[in-house]
Design a protein around this ligand. Structure first.
Ligand SMILES: N[C@@H](CCC(=O)N[C@@H](CS)C(=O)NCC(=O)O)C(=O)O
Length: 218
């Protein structure tokens, strides 16, 4: 049986899972859950994932949510080799650090700055903008270490971070002060191009950005 993914195309964490599935060449049975219409609150879905977030993966009764955990699980379960999520514990620790940085800091600051406008048309908050700029500065410093975000080869940290930074770019955030981030983002786009980058990630980023801009005008 094919693993089931509950998702919505423009959702950034869902996009990272879709990109990885294409990259490792695995099938997913996609079930759309429209969180803008509250479908995630359906009792059958809450019974599966009490936190009612997408993406949620159901792999033969193993139910996982939190996109970065889904990424590492899918590489372990379905990846052809370990390079995307190295088994060596020192190498893996760096990938995990970048994934946690994305979850708790970078992507969180993207959400904090942009989502109040998307959700309720709130004005943009300059303090939150400065916090996002600070997080991008930290990523800029991290990118000095390796050729990619967490190693000298492409890993799942690049996928998660690429979704966050490309969303920031689509929202129109000024990335000029971060030359390493811009060069790395261009490399990620090239790397993921054969795996549906435009259809999966750019299209979703543009949809969310369109929503943001429409709310900004109101
Ligand atoms: N940290 C989570 C975030 C998941 C998340 O918040 N997803 C949103 C859609 S982008 C959602 O499910 N919202 C509906 C809800 O929380 O009820 C991840 O990376 O999977």
């Amino acid at each position: 049986m094919t693993p089931v993914l509950y998702y919505l195309p423009p959702s950034p964490p869902c996009r990272s899972v879709l990109l990885l599935a294409k990259l490792i060449g695995m099938e997913l049975e996609l079930k759309t859950l429209n969180v803008q219409e509250g479908e995630q609150l359906r009792p059958d879905f809450v019974a599966l994932n009490p936190q009612h977030t997408i993406p949620t993966l159901d792999d033969h009764g193993l139910v996982l949510w939190e996109s970065r955990v889904i990424l590492s699980y899918l590489v372990s379960a379905y990846g052809k080799d370990e390079s995307l999520y190295p088994k060596d514990f020192r190498s893996r620790a760096i990938v995990d650090q970048r994934l946690h940085f994305d979850l708790g800091t970078l992507y969180q600051r993207v959400v904090d700055y942009y989502f109040p406008t998307i959700m309720v048309g709130a004005h943009l908050d300059q303090t939150k903008k400065a916090r996002l700029a600070e997080a991008l500065g930290w990523l800029e410093a991290m990118l000095k270490q390796y050729q990619w975000a967490a190693a000298n080869h492409f890993t799942i940290a690049d996928i998660a971070l690429c979704v966050s930074v490309s969303q920031t770019e689509a929202f129109g955030f000024d990335l000029l002060p971060y030359p390493r981030v811009r060069a790395w983002l261009a490399k990620c786009k090239e790397e993921l191009e054969p795996y549906g980058y435009k259809e999966i990630n750019q299209a979703g980023a543009d949809t969310l950005s369109g929503l943001f801009r429409s709310k900004l005008k109101q």
